[in-house]
Design a protein. Structure first.
Length: 301
């Protein structure tokens, strides 16, 4: 298949998302197309959320997720909210069930326009996150950056929210760290056989945290929903906060906020926040060639 498909350039708290409509087709967005799209300033993205026909009964769609380097992602909370907003605008529905490689995601669009996504249960077992070494307690593992006697960052909490996360707790402004230098070293550290998302987290109260994330396969990102969930869970797990927190994403426009609840009765993590449509167009899922809708000013690459 070579015919173009519709897509929307969107964002979730600045997390750059392309929502691509692959329904009715048997092919997929290729890694080469993803890399080509990310190379263009107008279509640069953190994740592609490709909407496919459902594979399982009772679901609305299968979501295939690609990072900007063309690799596969298991989960993207901010991207899921963008998919909900796009499909809600198309169908008038408010409640959705999606299937991804990480499992089933349930989501709802509220009257105020915010969207809640059930991100599932966190995973703490070292071999399921996964880690390369056995740790009985993954709320704090032995890993550091910098000199042994004066590390810049150390002892992260690790968990999986469908994708692996390492959260480093810091006591000053998360923007003051050179995450652009440390991020790739930690993402690709031998401790993480499937690489990892790296988050700096500053707890500002029992119900608030500020974060900044280096995203696996995407690099420095303005926001990462699954990282916000992993951070909130890890903060509650280590006694730093309660089970419901406001996560301020320091690098997002206007320092956007996600509300994260780690429910006690079933252990599931509920993320609530906004999504924003920017513009729409068409693209070739094989090559990444694209054009903007004519009504929005014609541009093509």
């Amino acid at each position: 298949m070579s015919a173009t498909v519709e897509f929307a350039k969107m964002n979730g708290l600045g997390n750059k998302i392309l929502v691509v409509d692959m329904r009715g087709r048997a092919d997929r967005v290729t890694p080469a197309a993803a890399i080509a799209l990310n190379a263009e300033p107008d279509t640069q993205f953190d994740q592609i959320m490709a909407i496919h026909d459902p594979k399982a009964s009772g679901t609305d769609a299968w979501i295939d997720i690609l990072n900007s380097d063309g690799s596969k992602a298991q989960a993207c909370g901010n991207g899921t909210r963008c998919v909900v907003q796009a499909l809600a605008a198309e169908t008038g529905k408010k409640v959705f069930t999606f299937q991804t490689v990480a499992g089933i995601l349930n989501a709802v669009e509220h009257e105020d326009g915010t969207i809640s996504v059930d991100m599932g249960k966190p995973v703490f077992d070292w071999d399921k996150i996964p880690l390369a070494e056995e740790f009985h307690d993954t709320s704090r593992i032995e890993l550091q950056i910098g000199p042994i006697d004066n590390p810049v960052m150390h002892s992260p909490s690790v968990t999986s929210m469908g994708n692996p996360h390492a959260i480093f707790w810091v006591d000053r402004d998360v923007m003051s760290f050179d995450l652009g230098r440390f991020g790739p070293l930690l993402e690709n550290h031998p401790m993480f056989p499937e690489r990892a998302n790296i988050t700096l987290a500053q707890v500002t109260s029992l119900s608030s945290i500020t974060t900044r994330t280096w995203e696996r396969g995407a690099g420095l990102t303005l926001a990462c929903g699954s990282a916000a969930c992993a951070t909130a869970v890890s903060a509650a797990r280590t006694g730093r906060t309660g089970r419901e927190v406001a996560v301020t994403v320091a690098s997002s426009p206007n320092q956007g906020v996600l509300t994260i609840e780690w429910r006690e009765h079933d252990g599931r993590v509920i993320m609530t926040g906004p999504a924003e449509w920017e513009w729409s167009g068409a693209l070739d899922p094989s090559t990444g060639a694209w054009s903007r809708d004519a009504t929005q000013g014609a541009q093509a690459r």
